[in-house]
Design a protein around this ligand. Sequence first.
Ligand code: ASP
Length: 428
Amino acid sequence: MAEPGDRVKAMTNDGSFEGILMPGSNNSVFIKLDSGYNIGIDSKKISSLKVLGRGMKKKDEVKQVKKKNNLPSIAILHTGGTIASKVDYRTGGVSAGYSAEEFLEMFPGLSEIANIETKAVLNIMSEDICFADYVKLANAIEEFSGKCDGIIIGHGTDTLSYTSAALAFMFEKINIPVILVGSQRSSDRGSSDSAMNVQSAARFIASSDFAGIAICMHSSSNDDQCAIFSPLKTRKMHTSRRDAFKAINDTPIALVDSFGKMDFIKKDYSRKSNEKTILKPGFEKDVCLLKTHPNMSQDIFDFCTKRYKAIVIEGTGLGHAPVNISNNQKNYEALKSYIKKGGIVAVTSQCIYGRVHPSVYSNLRRLSEIGCIFCEDMLPETAFIKAAWLLGNYKPAEAAGLLAANLRGEITERSLYEKDFLEYSYKN
Ligand code: ASP
């Protein structure tokens, strides 16, 4: 009988499938193909399942990976999350595949694209990440940037776009591609997106002239295309879909299909050059992101204005906050005296799509008059990271002045006609 971890060949009416048998359910058989993709086959459709070889090699028997001279070198920096997890087919337990050898075992197709080396920088789920972790990651990127052609960062998907924003602000200049990759479903699941995401990032690094920080994730729910997304205008928009990441108020930078064919949507992306890396790693921890809502207690505004050096308001609609009628007037006064004393208030919208505006309604003008800074079409999360980074590297008055300036592509100067980006967002 075939055991998980055995090399098997499944015969069906649609053809035969050969690869490593993965743990499955009674109704389906999951096989990891040599390409790195996993397929699930309905057990009823299998006429025979032949065992071609027993078990996988034990970890200490894994062979050293030989370098191929003609391939580019990619450093894989792990931070944790689902992307680094794999099932040990002998025990059924999930462990983190951190060494280059283990990583290539999980994603065998990678060895055809690049020579890889790996480093575990962190080992946490991304919901637990702190600013200090961004600094560790940036230092590791700086360390590897002089000795490889590109870097892939394995990261949990939940806060991946916060990290990409942090890195994009921290690296004023970086001359190699640094691509963040996550996976919505772990590599032991038949529907995993991890192999396609990692391999597409590697193909993009290997054959494009792009330099800078970006994200590579599925662009549709099929296994046929990934998108290279902006580090500052991208958001996880679904809890479980493989195409959860969407470009917001923007288009992706490029699309990469499963054969490595690249289609650049943006023409003005940053390219490789000989300029020196510039890293500004400061972060101010006393910054908060405040989502407004009906019936909001005044205590919240009181607390935030006392506790933090900057408040990023995720307001409603065009940037509204509950500051207008009777009781809420106290919120207005709290913000007004906070800004007078040097506090920074940034305004973004929980609509996510579109831009805030300081003058369409008189309520918005009241906020603008006391010095609230309207952040155009910047995502709330990006504005939060930007405010913390600015205060970590510049004096407060300078930081306030730079908040609504477009430093790294976090603001689009002109709102795209919806069709231009929704085409890439909701195609499927
Ligand atoms: N909660 C996990 C994280 O963000 C999910 C994932 O790994 O994608 O780290």
